[in-house]
Design a binder for this molecule. Sequence first.
Ligand code: NDP
Length: 450
Amino acid sequence: MSYDFDLFVIGAGSGGIAAARRAAEYGAKVGLAEAGRLGGTCVNRGCVPKKLMVYAANFTEMFEAAPGYGWSPIESTFDWPHLIDAVEAEVTRLNGIYQRMLDNSKVQLFRSYASFVDEHTLLVGDEKVTADKILIAVGGRPVRPEIPGIEHTLTSDDIFLLKDKPRRMVILGGGYIGCEFAGVLHRLGSEVTQIIRSDKILRGFDDEIRGEVQTSMEQAGIHLMTNSKVMSIKKVDSGVDVMVCTEHGKEHIFADAVSLAAVGRRPNTDKLGLENTGVELTAGAIAVDDHSATNISNIFAVGDCTNRINLTPVAIKEGRIFADTYFGNKPAVMAYDNVPTAVFTIPEIGTVGMTEEEAKAEYGEESIKVYRSRFRPMFYTLPNMEAKTLMKLVVHQPTDRVLGAHMVGDHAAEIIQGIAIAVKMGATKAQFDATVAIHPSSAEEFVTMR
Ligand code: NDP
């Protein structure tokens, strides 16, 4: 049977674009549907605009440090609309780059929503197209918990569109998004209250690393309410009244007209017409095997809609591996171990491999040795600022293998990316020690820990 396309990809986010371009490079006839902007969450309302805001926020620390290095005190005011407009302009520029990349790759782009008619047929806008293989790469969207008045909250998607800087912001959730925005908004001058339901932010990260960041955030002036639950959100004249149930009773927190719900994301599978195909879901996510294949033999899925590890570089790799396997005759399987990640909190987290807790649970407490270094980086000495960096190596004693490397401090993302290569290769602590340090740097601690 002949089809209009060898491959049709639904969703032009990180995973979808990577798969479509790679398959087209192998000579496949590829179609790609996207109703929104090109680049998906990462480019339009995630990693890229967020990181630009992190850069903006980091100037406050430089201004504070400057007099220690002989500069006259820096008085500067922050122009929120300027930043929002500049970020939007950059996102638009990146959209243009994606468009040109796709044009050059001969992928046929449909600027419409696509849904399944049957397992080989899609309704794309009002046009029916058929494809031999179909890849679902539709990403996810923020969850809004069922709390009375939740409609008065923003999600992270909306922050980048705010016309004015919020003076007081309440953030629900202690995950990546909640913690990153707490830091950014605090540094840009908003009064931030972050409400989390457990005792610590960033569940799943190394416990000590979580504690270090939490303490730093609180010392910086972020009001963190732990073991607390938002009961209701009401609109009042001065903004919103957030009623919180804490360990000590009920409390009302007042914020501007906005507060941010950052309590996780869920796959965008609702309007795809999956019921017309028999594709199975697990807990709302598209269920796939190691080859990103669903239970329907010609339908595949990558990225956040599969809810494996919801990170841009993971989606890109999944997309490329899918194309290599099915169109490039280079079968491969994605490895989900030792995926490095960073959280752009203030201070930043960089991490790869097992946490101390995971390593001890897997190999037994007596098999694990933890090396750590906690220090004030040189940059903060002349301005006499209190910022600390924490680095940790989790080592399996019987083999000397480094199972995990974790860091909280400046440039953690940049440093851990390099360390991740060594951890992925199975480097031993002795090999870390045999590496000559770069001096003076913070990163050198990773090869000098005793
Ligand atoms: P996360 O899954 O990281 O965190 C969700 C947070 O919300 C947790 O603190 C969780 O608490 C809390 N929570 C969940 N349900 C409720 C509820 N009903 N009431 C109160 N609190 C609740 O989600 P995010 O939205 O922050 O981020 C989504 C994903 O996006 C991340 O997992 C990550 O993969 C990706 N991302 C990556 C970034 C990066 O790489 N730097 C940046 C931003 C996002 P508890 O811990 O108790 O479950």
